[in-house]
Design a protein around this ligand. Structure first.
Ligand SMILES: [Zn+2]
Length: 220
């Protein structure tokens, strides 16, 4: 996949309803061009920070105290793990069995990150949160491996969906009441399809539709 230019501070999308899917969604299509929001380790650390998977102290330590080689290694591992997760999720959506290599990757990261679950009170209830005891360098991707294992063990696979726009590569976990969500977001793909359907109806039967706006909705 070719990539667009990544900025130092990215406006990441969090529309996946699951951290594992949000991480995969750092690859997207923007105006028809495959774009990777992770252009370097700075973007990866920034994403982990925005996803609340690393605290600010650790993020600052990676950016200011780690050597360049360690930073690049973290980035390579992160991007490789994202590729593994994208393939895993594509298989879930296609109702195919999960590749053994994906399970091995998740287990590898988990095995290097000893820790323990803790109960945390959040949004009116208790939730389990993984506390890593590993050294910082081994522990940074652990929350992502935990999220992936949570999706495989506790998630309902039929609710993992790809956006209904064939030109879009974003995934989401459908938490709507009747599980009828089709789009990554109304703003990005839903409205686009609605406008297209509107003009299709208008073409088929002009008397049914009143005059509307002449411009279509742009994919931002
Ligand atoms: Zn979409």
């Amino acid at each position: 996949m070719t990539t667009g230019r990544a900025q130092l501070r990215q406006p990441f999308l969090f529309v996946g309803n699951h951290p594992c899917l949000d991480f995969i969604n750092t690859q997207m299509i923007v105006r028809g061009n495959p774009t990777d929001l992770l252009g370097g380790y700075e973007n990866l650390v920034d994403w982990l920070l925005q996803a609340h998977m690393v605290d600010k102290t650790h993020a600052v330590a990676v950016m200011t105290q780690w050597g360049h080689e360690d930073q690049e290694q973290l980035f390579e591992q992160g991007v490789m793990f994202r590729r593994t997760l994208r393939d895993m999720v594509a298989r879930i959506v296609a109702r195919k069995s999960i590749a053994g290599s994906a399970i091995a990757s998740i287990n590898h990261i988990l095995s290097r990150c000893p820790g323990y679950p803790q109960l945390v009170y959040k949004k009116g209830g208790y939730t389990r949160q993984f506390q890593s005891q590993a050294a910082q360098k081994d522990g940074l991707l652990a929350p992502l491996a935990e999220a992936a294992s949570d999706l495989l063990c506790s998630g309902k696979w039929s609710l993992v969906k790809k956006c209904g726009n064939p030109a879009c590569i974003l995934y989401f976990y459908d938490t709507t009441k009747n599980h009828t969500r089709n789009w990554c977001s109304m703003q990005l793909c839903g409205n686009r399809k609605k406008v297209a359907a509107h003009y299709q109806r208008k073409r088929n039967n002009p008397t049914l539709c009143r005059p509307g706006p002449s411009a279509g909705v742009r994919l931002s």
